[in-house]
Design a protein around this ligand. Structure first.
Ligand code: 6PG
Length: 519
């Protein structure tokens, strides 16, 4: 008999006459609480999950598998029933059909996790449950919420004595079930209760949980957003490396899969490199062609990369590799514009000999690694900028620690980033760490040759180029921003500073001798 059938039979044969679903308070003195099917009628659940889509269902299962009694609720009760029927054997579930039943099933301080669509839907669910909660109770939002929404919600609910916790959960549906990375915001008091729970269900690396208290109010969702921004950059850089190996070196997708597999054994080792090899090795069953050749080349995006760039602009944080990755997705979908540009002249791509292709592959590896270091450095700088702006005390090394497993950007070199911040918690840039600086030095010629070769051949490498330009901008002794200041002063009298003395100045451009005065 399957687990599902066994669960269904247990529920049917044990179902009491007086109640169908959910917890209705303590049993009458004469009765002992029956074990209904595979769930406990009078259990007081350690956590409740409302919103049983793939992520919510898998998180509920993860909590149950780790020994917690989990109350489960969904707007449509069918999903609640289906969860218990199919997975009830995995642990202690308390299915609840109404909001009241769901809240009543939670032990105090109540912990209620919302796993619904970000935005208005989340607000609606908060409005439904908050009135049923008492001071000290906690509402956890595990969706991809915008950190500004989380800050607003946290402040509003704090005034009602409730803890609102924005928790960034990374790792997709597999991670939610078997071990995500969890970036928890909210109060330290709420983390004292929730922390052990999230740490128990999170991924583990070297025995360490991939969950931590990132900081107060929206810090958790902010860092999750930056995680997604780095994810965009990482994916774009990998895609550009693939395009170069395909168009310049002339390798087939299957050959490039083997190259990525070999890179995955070294300093580029990561989940994204690993799955890239799988995607490139895949053959489309319907056509027998390489899967990557039958996929439409217009990238989608749910919005977290866009949020990262918008926020970075407000913070003045130059996440140029993340921005280019996000704009590249938008450009790939501009079909009318691409049709207008189609056929316009570009570079020439003479084929490489096998020896030259091998050499070129090594150049691309250096360019990919160096660009990845810059992209991650930009992400960490953005987190530092936000911490200063919003008053968060964020352990940058802990961010690297919890991203080593469970999340989409999990990668071997996060150990190195963690170690760099452990050595110097106030590190301004990863390039301030000796080993990263040496690797960037080694990459100079191949990195530049890769970008130059792509330009000569008319192959777009916007993220490679942005990362290199960011590096050159920050290391430049003098930038052309001096000319910008002169232009701004000429047309807008916006004033400028001088290199030789303090203060702001303005040149009277309309006067004959163009005198300069202190502004
Ligand atoms: C994660 C992922 C996830 C992301 C989806 C869609 O950390 O598990 O980053 O949160 O939202 O993968 O991402 P895009 O549609 O924006 O590419």
């Amino acid at each position: 008999m399957t687990d599902r059938a066994r669960n269904r039979r247990r529920i049917e044969t044990n179902r009491p006459t007086v109640r169908t679903w959910g917890y209705r308070g303590p049993p009458a003195p004469s009765t002992t609480p029956p074990i209904l099917g595979t769930y406990l009628v009078n259990a007081t659940a350690a956590i409740g999950v409302t919103g049983l889509g793939v992520m919510g269902r898998n998180l509920a299962r993860n909590f149950a598998r780790n020994g917690y009694t989990v109350a489960v609720h969904n707007r449509s009760a069918g999903r609640t029933r289906a969860l218990v029927e199919e997975f009830g054997h995995e642990g202690a579930f308390v299915p609840a059909e109404s909001a009241a039943d769901f809240v009543a099933a939670l032990e105090r301080p109540r912990r209620l996790m919302i796993m619904v669509q970000a935005g208005a839907v989340t607000d609606a669910v908060i409005d439904e449950f908050a009135p049923l909660l008492e001071p000290g109770d906690m509402i956890i939002d595990g969706g991809n919420a915008h950190y500004a929404d989380t800050r607003r919600r946290e402040e509003a609910l704090r005034e009602r004595g409730l803890h609102f916790v924005g928790a960034g959960v990374s790792g997709g549906e597999e991670g939610a079930l078997n071990g995500p990375a969890v970036m928890v915001g909210g109060s330290t008091e709420s983390y004292d209760v929730l922390g052990p729970m999230f740490e128990s269900i999170s991924a583990k690396v070297g025995g360490e949980p991939c969950a931590t208290h990132i900081g107060t109010d929206g810090a958790g969702h902010f860092v999750k957003m930056v995680h997604n921004g780095i994810e965009y950059a990482d994916m774009q850089l990998i895609a550009e490396a693939y395009d170069l190996l395909r168009q310049v070196a002339g390798y087939t997708p299957s050959e490039i899969a083997d190259i990525f597999r070999s890179w995955n054994e070294g300093r580029l080792g990561s989940y994204l490199i690993e799955i890239t090899a799988e995607v490139l090795a895949h053959t489309d069953a319907a056509t027998g062609l390489a899967f990557v050749d039958v996929v439409a080349d217009a990238a989608g995006q749910k919005g977290t990369g866009r949020w990262t760039v918008q926020t970075a602009l407000d913070l003045g944080s130059p996440v140029t590799a993340i921005a280019q990755a996000t704009f590249s997705r938008a450009a790939s979908g501009q079909s009318a514009l691409r049709a207008a540009y189609a056929g316009l002249p570009g570079g020439t791509t003479p084929p490489l000999s096998r020896t030259e292709a091998t050499r070129f592959t090594s150049q691309v590896e250096h360019a990919l690694y160096a660009s990845k270091v810059i992209a991650y450095d930009q992400g960490w700088k953005m987190i530092q900028d936000a911490a200063g702006e919003f008053g968060w005390k964020i352990d940058l090394g802990a961010v690297a620690r919890i991203w080593r497993g469970g999340c989409i950007i999990r990668a071997s070199f996060l150990d190195r980033i963690r170690a760099a911040y452990a050595t110097d918690p106030d590190l301004v840039s990863l390039l301030g760490e000796m080993e990263f600086a040496m690797e960037i030095t080694d990459a100079q010629v191949p990195w530049r040759e890769t970008v130059a070769s792509a330009a000569r051949r008319g192959i777009p490498v916007p993220a490679f180029s942005a990362a290199l330009a960011h590096y050159d901008t920050l290391r430049a002794e003098r930038l052309p921003a001096a000319l910008l200041q002169g232009q701004r002063d000429y047309f807008g009298a916006h004033t400028y500073e001088r290199t030789d003395r303090p203060g702001a100045f303005h040149t009277h451009w309309a006067e004959a001798d163009r005198p300069e005065t202190a502004a």
